[in-house]
Design a protein around this ligand. Structure first.
Ligand code: 2OP
Length: 241
């Protein structure tokens, strides 16, 4: 009869890697090129206000208990961004700009990092505030479907990250304990909340920025996804501390 080894079971051994999508695997500011077509020279400025407001709307709507899906929050945020920047937005432009959000580009190191983890047979997933449709479309449009076992959207919970129930959804869908799921995000607020939840966490700090002061620190910090993949491969079958 197998002996239940509690200690081993609680070990933070990586058995799966779950990624945030926007800003972690995919560059949200790749929409700046589309914004630039309509508002020459203003693309990056628009995309920065747009992204910040999109995040704020997800957090605020979770607090208000007034969930709308990510596509709606993205639409609401582009209307705010254009009004704030005194840019005239027609409904046709709004639709074209929001469609660009469904075709955001993966970072140059995304595919190779996912492939390296796939080759080591580490199950991979995305856990995102995106709607099911947004996640599917972004992944399909980039041709990276082969990489993932699960695409997990907050949509069924009708609340956004960083609500703990969202991180719990990853445990359920991966059928693993939180100690065994490495959560990878470049969004410091997300990495912080995931660490509070109990995931070992890797923060992708591409811009050498400061980590959020939310009472936790990431298990590990790297500057890009290639270094993350190398680090994970070195951690397999060991305890992550
Ligand atoms: C996500 O993909 C919004 O980046 C955040 O969930």
């Amino acid at each position: 009869m197998p002996v239940f080894n509690h200690q081993e079971n609680k070990m933070k051994q990586i058995k799966s890697v779950v990624f945030d999508l926007y800003g972690t695997l995919y560059d949200v500011h790749s929409v700046a090129a589309t914004c630039d077509e309509f508002f020459p020279g203003r693309g990056l400025e628009i995309s920065k206000v747009w992204r910040q407001k999109q995040l704020e709307y997800t957090w605020l709507r979770s607090l208000m208990g007034l969930y709308v899906n990510f596509e709606q929050a993205t639409e609401d945020a582009i209307r705010f961004a254009c009004a704030e920047l005194n840019l005239s937005l027609t409904s046709e432009l709004q639709e074209r700009m929001c469609n660009a959000y469904l075709r955001i580009s993966p970072y140059p190191d995304t595919a190779d990092a996912l492939r390296a983890l796939n080759e080591a047979e580490v199950p991979l997933a995305i856990l995102s505030n995106g709607s099911r449709r947004s996640i599917q479309q972004v992944v399909n449009n980039s041709g990276l479907n082969w990489a993932f076992d699960q695409l997990i959207s907050v949509e069924e919970l009708a609340v956004f990250k960083p609500h703990p129930s969202v991180y719990s959804l990853a445990e359920q869908r991966m059928n693993l304990r939180r100690e065994n799921i490495l959560f990878v995000s470049s969004n410091a607020w997300d990495a912080s909340a995931a660490k509070h939840f109990g995931f070992p966490t890797c923060w992708i700090n591409r811009k050498n920025g400061a980590f959020d002061e939310l009472g936790s620190t990431p298990t590990h910090t790297v500057s890009n996804l290639s270094v993350m993949a190398e680090w994970v491969l070195g951690q397999l079958h060991r305890e992550v501390v």
